[in-house]
Write a protein that binds this ligand. Structure first.
Ligand code: NAD
Ligand code: UGA
Length: 435
């Protein structure tokens, strides 16, 4: 079976590499010349653990290739995936579908023989139907079916998530397409991964509902963490206790500086728009969006408070700026709100991130980039953990204190213990735990 993957980003490239690992023949098409050049040289343009090796293996086996020209790849394909971006649209906060419809227009002339065209991008309910309507106008002669196959992988653990999914979700209304999709996901269903066939509308909405629910769970625990601080409880104990209840579950109950990333913020915004347009508003999710936006601002305030009320002329070391560890992705990272607020209040900011510097440099002007965590904290009045990269967990806090001018450690990811920080002579602030 031949696959054409249009869009080689965090989702498209990982999906393409994993499908080729299953033994399928995959051509990955991208129109970004810089990304394409790197991939043609066998290098991943994004940081995702394990991806370089997976690509190398399948390129060498002749199952995975890259191209800037979608014509031949679409012509040969049994399945064409649309994995292009669906960012937040400026102005109204809905999903910007211009890349999706742009790709549909580009691919239409090349459809040849029965082809399954499926969105992997996260798209609002009704998009598959609209793609079908557009294709019917562009290619009334072509044989195709339009499906929705949303992706649930997380950055940083994308390959594991793709190859060991909780479920694969396929929305379709065509028997021939179902046969093709069953064959495609056989390598997973054979290992007992549930492959669910539902309507296209259900698949499209389920993707947004899942992300909105996870965002809600994070905002919930963030507010519980704030309450813990006021009443002397420990959010880790509370989260662990409620998480034991299988109706609640123990995942996504880590408090932090607010969720970020390329998906939760834009998908929460888009589902709010869909719901309002459908006259069925999601008032809880609207509140989640407000709470999360406010949280990032509150975190900057928390750092200022920890620095005795002012960061003017102080040096702040920021450890980690990506929206989560194990990615270089800076989209909607909380650091993009917090760091500029510290700078506006007169702080000098020194930053270290294990993978994020390249993407972050143009987004965080005026900071000093450091070679590692020890370099970043040198001479700092305050050290702040913004992203929980594993290498920060091993930091020798006594040695860190000795390198700092001040003694304040603000741990917005709860990676250290209060006792260890105190023993190192640090004034320690974390989230939702007794000081
Ligand atoms: P991305 O921006 O990293 O990648 C999109 C790629 O598509 C880019 O490389 C771009 O050059 C390419 N592209 C755009 N138009 C094209 C065209 N006409 N022809 C060829 N290439 C084209 O985006 P992403 O993070 O991979 O997200 C893609 C979609 O997947 C989004 O809808 C997102 O919501 C969804 N999604 C993302 C994740 C994630 O972890 N990032 C997880 C699940 C779902
Ligand atoms: C998220 C979902 O987890 C994926 O299932 C989904 O496919 C993807 O969005 C998408 O649609 O793009 P991702 O954004 O890669 O994946 O990363 P997450 O691990 O979900 O983290 C998102 C944000 O929430 C991060 O800023 C993270 O720090 C924060 N978070 C997560 C918390 O603050 N607490 C938690 O307990 C979990």
């Amino acid at each position: 079976m031949k696959i054409c993957m249009i869009g080689a980003g965090y989702v498209g490239l990982v999906s393409a590499a994993c499908f080729s690992e299953f033994g399928f023949d995959v051509t990955c098409v991208d129109n970004n010349p810089e990304r394409l050049k790197q991939m043609e040289e066998g290098r991943s343009p994004i940081y995702e653990p394990g991806l370089d090796d997976l690509m190398a293996r399948n390129i060498a086996a002749g199952r995975l290739r890259f191209s800037g020209d979608l014509g031949p790849a679409v012509k040969a394909a049994d399945i064409v995936f649309l994995a292009v971006g669906t960012p937040m649209r400026r102005g109204d906060g809905h999903a910007d579908l211009s890349y999706v419809y742009g790709a549909v227009e580009e691919l239409a002339p090349y459809l040849d023989g029965f082809t399954v065209i499926t969105t992997k991008s996260t798209v609002p309910v009704g998009t598959s139907r609209e793609i079908q309507r557009r294709l019917a106008a562009l290619r009334p002669d072509a044989e195709y079916a339009v499906c929705s196959n949303p992706e649930f992988l997380r950055e940083g653990s994308a390959i594991q998530d793709f190859t060991h999914p909780d479920r694969v979700l396929v929305g379709l209304d065509d028997a021939r397409a179902q046969e093709v999709m069953e064959k495609l996901y056989k390598p997973l269903s054979i290992r007992n991964a549930p492959v669910m066939f539902v309507s296209r509308e259900s698949a499209e909405l389920a993707k947004y509902a899942a992300n909105a629910f996870l965002a809600l769970k994070i905002s919930f625990i963030n507010e519980i963490a704030d309450l813990c601080e006021e009443v002397g409880a420990n959010v880790q104990e509370v989260a662990s206790a409620i998480g034991k209840d299988r109706r609640i579950g123990d995942k996504f109950l880590h408090p932090g500086p607010g969720y970020g990333g390329s998906c939760f913020p834009k998908d929460v915004s888009a589902i709010i728009r869909t719901a309002r347009e459908s006259k069925s508003p999601l008032s809880i999710i609207e509140q989640v969006q407000i709470v999360n936006d406010e949280r990032k601002i509150a975190m900057a305030g928390r750092i200022v408070k920890a620095a005795n009320g002012s960061v003017r002329d102080k040096t702040i070391a920021v450890l980690g700026v990506t929206f989560k560890p194990n990615t270089d992705d800076m989209r909607d990272a909380p650091s993009l709100v917090i760091v500029p607020m510290l700078q506006e209040r007169g702080a000098t900011v020194r930053v270290y991130d294990p993978q994020g510097q390249k993407q972050a440099e143009p987004l965080l002007p005026g900071v000093t980039w450091c070679a590692d965590a020890n370099d970043a904290i040198l001479g700092a009045d305050v050290a702040v953990v913004l992203t929980e990269w594993n290498e920060f967990r091993a930091l020798d806090l006594k040695a860190a204190r000795a390198r700092m001018s001040g003694d304040v450690l603000v741990d917005l990811r709860n990676i250290f213990s209060a006792d260890a920080a105190r023993a190192a002579g640090l004034r320690y602030h974390s989230i939702g735990r007794p000081v």
